[in-house]
Design a protein around this ligand. Structure first.
Ligand code: FSX
Length: 381
């Protein structure tokens, strides 16, 4: 700003104020976004949210008429991977979100302001949008000692409680915020807990959306924010607080290697013939069968790929306690026995694979009906 001529600086300030105070439609016009481009954007968004294509025009109308949603984003004990991930979102992009759809009033990694000015922005946004802002939180909260993690001298716990008071809803992004994640891994030296662990007690009526993943899929984060903006309410959630539209199926349910699993064809090492042929990575530790997430359908980096497509099994990063749930390269134990029987007996192996598939489908079906996580213990039983 200091480099701009005074009149230019005034124009820019006016423009920003207008975009911030007006509707999304006004903001879009200000940025030269055409109606056609905006409709295309809404079509992508409705597909992402699994809405019928006919919803796109209604969605465009709702978004254009809405005011830019105030968002306050707090980061606690985490690695900043969640913020790194959201900067790679492609539908909508983070730029779409920030400049066109939301008013990101506080995010200490992305905002230009620092120190007192940054804290003032948070306080002002809370005051101006009381009862209406979305509070996004990544990272876990240390309960063993408030001094383990502070922002502007305020403990994570105090900042969470204070910022949650006037929020319309909470969005916990990342496995750290949703379940405690890496900081909570055994022996949990900071006494890390999740956002819901605290807010379910202090603000029992406040809606909490959990978006797990270490990090979560970028467009799942932006998609949930866009959903709130379009419909003014949170999406349908499962028993763990996750949006069903993104976490309703396991990675395994939609994995393109699934036919090999069903035929009992498994890679035995990362460089064997099976691996080269793209066979199932189950015996190499893939946690796809017990992991609910959309990696196999939405994928990453503009839909380019996801871990299993690049030759590595799913590590189950969006499931509770995944750091302590066994080694990344240990196969889920249940199907290991019958699969070994199948070695060298191709036909029997295929039949065994099918039987195991049905067994697992039964297990997963039951878990799905209750919408609970299928655990390694479940499969062992
Ligand atoms: Fe945790 Fe996110 Fe993993 Fe990292 O903010 S979910 S350690 S990707 O950064 O919180």
């Amino acid at each position: 700003m200091a480099l701009l001529h005074e009149s230019e600086s005034g124009e820019l300030a006016d423009e920003m104020a207008q975009a911030a105070s007006g509707s999304v439609g006004e903001g879009l016009a200000l940025h030269g976004v055409s109606r056609r481009e905006f409709l295309k954007f809404c079509t992508t968004l409705s597909a992402l949210l699994a809405l019928p294509p006919a919803m796109a025009p209604a969605m465009a109308q709702a978004i254009a008429a809405a005011r830019r949603q105030s968002v306050i984003w707090l980061s606690f004990q985490e690695c900043t991977g969640c913020t790194e991930a959201i900067t790679r979102s492609h539908a909508p992009t983070l730029e779409n979100l920030i400049f066109d759809l939301i008013s990101l009033d506080y995010h200490h990694t992305l905002q230009a302001a620092s120190g007192d000015a940054a804290e003032h922005a948070r306080e002002q946004a809370m005051k101006d949008n009381a009862g209406k802002y979305l509070l996004v939180v990544d990272g876990s909260i240390p309960m063993a000692n408030p001094g383990y993690s502070t922002i502007a001298g305020i403990s994570n716990l105090d900042m969470l409680l204070e910022s949650a008071k006037g929020a319309a809803a909470i969005v916990a992004v990342g496995t750290c915020a949703t379940y405690g994640g890496l900081p909570k891994a055994d022996p949990n030296p900071t006494g890390a807990v999740s956002v819901a662990d605290i807010l379910k007690l202090s603000h029992p009526k406040l809606p909490i959306i959990n978006i797990p993943g270490c990090p979560p899929i970028p467009v799942v984060m932006t998609g949930v924010l866009a959903h709130f903006l379009t419909f003014g309410r949170i999406p349908e959630l499962d028993a763990l607080g996750r949006p069903r539209v993104f976490y309703g199926e396991t990675i395994h349910d939609r994995c393109y290697r699934r036919p090999f699993y069903d035929q009992g064809k498994f890679a035995k090492s990362f460089d064997d013939e099976g691996a080269r042929r793209g066979w199932c990575l189950f015996e190499l530790g893939c946690k796809g069968p017990v992991t609910y997430n959309a990696c196999a359908t939405i994928k990453w980096n503009d839909g380019a790929s996801f871990p299993i497509q690049s030759g590595h099994g799913c590590i189950g990063c969006s499931e509770p306690n995944f750091w302590d749930a066994g080694g990344f390269y240990n196969a889920l134990s249940m199907p290991a026995r019958p699969l070994k029987v199948g070695a060298g007996v191709a036909a029997a192996g295929a039949a065994t694979g099918v039987a195991v598939t049905f067994f697992n489908r039964g297990k997963k079906g039951a878990a799905k009906a209750a919408h609970a996580t299928t655990t390694l213990d479940d499969l062992e039983k």
